[in-house]
Design a protein around this ligand. Sequence first.
Ligand code: FCB
Length: 460
Amino acid sequence: MVDFTLTFPPGFLWGAATAAHQVEGGSPPNNWTAWEQTLGHIYREHVAGQACDWWGGRYIEDFDRAVAMHHNAHRFSVEWSRIEPERGQFDLPAIAHYADVLRALRERGMEPVITLHHFTNPLWVEEMGGWLNEETVRRFARFVQVVMEELDQPVTMWCTINEPLVYATNGYLVGRFPPGDKNLRNTFLVIENLLRGHAAAYHTIKDIQPDAQVGLAKAQINFTPMRPSWLHQPARNLLRQTINRAFIDAIITGELRLPMHKVELPEARDTLDWIGLNYYYRLQAGFNPLKPQQVFIDRRRPREGILGPESVGEIWPEGIFDEIKWLCQRTDKPLYVTENGVPDGDLPDDTLRQVHLIRSLRRVWDSVNYNFPVKGYFYWTLVDNFEWAEGYDPAFRFGLYGCDLETQVRTKKRSADLYGAICAANALTSDMVHEFAPDAFDGLFPGVDVQTDVTLPPRP
Ligand code: FCB
């Protein structure tokens, strides 16, 4: 049996991440509220509805829960469609609401990280073509400027755009997100304009507040080649380059290089003070020798990990290390894990979530000990919420707390106690693993057999 204390660096940020549309409720005038109205778009025709009622003020009680778990930070997003419901018309009371949210965090000693775009667009933006229209870049920068000028609360950490590739591929290639397009050319155009949007937001923020720390949250998939790997390696490399790397490369070089889509974007060069990693799963990539022009993904046969729900790949927490490593080496910037979590609907004893948290944080700790500048970890998510196309599917719940949608009553899950203990200690210890995941202990931390009982041969 081994004893250990995996201590994180002093000042490490511990928190949870949330997004406006998923928790606020109250049907803001955005592309998702509209998309939810159509049959077949969302799991069992769910709509976000009241969600976790944060717009109605329940963020206060949830922040109390976060601080009781010893969080010292929180990542959340501001909803563009509330702040600018009509083109050029800014709603100052909506901005004041977010100033209240910031005050509530500060009063509880939690450092805010604000995301400016998390999947939603105001309807008027969507109607003018969304991110296919380059004009959206300028409208977004204007929105960011107004937020910066009107939010009378100090904020250091800004996250421009959440998961640009997830937004673009789901909305324009796979059709799972609004506007439900399936067009590769449009997907690439949207990626390009999101990069412009990120750059424009970066420069806008820095012009107003030079000491702001501006980054973005990039979802990285741990791509691995199908077997035999020598055959499928090129397919893996192509997907990894396109989905994980091209956007980041462009921020470093000022040139976006996607397959058959190359564009110079000098304004995007060096627009990163920190990088955010959202990590969830691994996918095996390969190609069919009979159709060599197509790459494909095998979701249904996990390697060593756990088979996740359909829209997720293989749950493989250890993969977080490789993603931290590449992002840190490529960007040479501090890294925050801006999202990490696992769907586990069990209430209150979410065993998978507890084991997943332990396995993930062990690899985050490893990366710290390789001297990668990892500065914080934001669990996805605080309270079960509206999961986009999965709606409120019980198999797709990510919260440390459950939430009864009818009554708004929260239920603490066991993972909340585990995460709370980790945040309080700024460490993961063997005692915690014994307490929360006793069955997994020996598999995860096998003790080395040490011979302690030595019988010396008799002296001659
Ligand atoms: C990420 C999203 C986040 C949430 C998690 C489960 O891709 O950024 O809003 O839906 O997945």
